[in-house]
Design a protein around this ligand. Structure first.
Ligand SMILES: [Zn+2]
Length: 279
């Protein structure tokens, strides 16, 4: 375990880059072989917006990695965070660290983004996608990266997770983001089994349904246990899902970069209605 942590502590940037790019290529190919939906859409122009946002966000992420590194050093120096105060085997420390980073830096921030209007206006960019595929995973407004990092810093201060665990978490998170957004047809039984502990592809797609109440469910990123614990877990029939968000279904609003960037600074639009089918 120690050697794994040393590897992740000094993770070369080419490795991170390969996870991001290699994952997109791999799942893009799988989408051709075993698609979940066979709806025709302009895959390359759809990818254009999403991949541009991915590149911008990756660049911001590299910049913010320095803040994360400094925070982990600070928590180590002042023994902040409960992992510094307890004596447990290293493997347990890593698992608890990963789970706490997932709870605060993914589940909680995601839940908050759905509940606080001005934060929702940033997060909505992710939900405006009407064709979910592997490129949708990192379609986020750059402002959202700031919130997510802030919550992750908070998780580091509470847990005292070292940088190696933070980088391990981020690497797993990229893979899960690819897996859960990819337009791949996961066998039902496998998906349901996976969803007992982890966020599965069919489970996450439910979060991308265009109307409430499903939009406000399945907030998880890696572990599904937070949704199960806090009562936000839902498993609906995959055929009944319509992607997008009811307030921004017009193509000019979700397929134009300039318009997407304007959403956080435009007036809040309340949800149009609730999908009675899923009440
Ligand atoms: Zn969301």
């Amino acid at each position: 375990m120690e050697s794994v942590l040393i590897f992740f502590e000094n993770l070369p940037s080419w490795f991170r880059g390969s996870l991001l790019v290699g994952g997109i290529v791999l799942f893009w190919m799988l989408e051709g072989l075993i698609p979940l939906y066979t709806v025709k859409y302009k895959k390359w122009s759809h990818a254009g917006i999403n991949l541009t946002l991915t590149v911008i966000n990756a660049a911001i992420g590299i910049g913010l990695a320095f803040t994360l590194l400094k925070t982990t050093e600070f928590s180590k120096e002042y023994t902040l965070g409960f992992l510094h105060w307890i004596e447990i085997p290293l493997i347990l420390e890593v698992i608890i660290g990963l789970m706490m980073l997932d709870l605060f830096g993914a589940y909680l921030v995601h839940w908050t983004e759905h509940k606080i209007k001005w934060m929702w206006k940033f997060h909505i960019i992710h939900h405006t996608d009407t064709n979910i595929d592997v490129t949708s995973g990192l379609r986020h407004h750059p402002g959202e990266i700031i919130f997510r990092t802030a919550f992750t810093l908070f998780a580091v201060l509470i847990t005292g997770a070292p940088m190696s665990v933070v980088v391990l978490y981020q690497s797993l998170s990229v893979l899960f983001t690819h897996l859960t957004h990819a337009n791949i047809n996961m066998p039902d039984k496998t998906d349901r089994f996976l969803s007992l502990l982890f966020v599965s592809p069919n489970m996450h797609k439910i979060h991308h349904h265009y109307k409430l109440p499903l939009t406000d469910t399945n907030y998880g990123n890696i572990f599904s246990i937070w949704d199960r614990l806090f009562g936000t877990f839902v498993y609906a029939q995959k055929g009944s899902i319509v992607y997008g968000i009811d307030t921004h279904m017009e193509p000019r609003e979700h397929s134009n970069m300039k318009n997407l960037f304007k959403i956080p600074f435009s007036e809040y639009r309340p949800p149009t209605s609730t999908d009675s089918k899923f009440k």
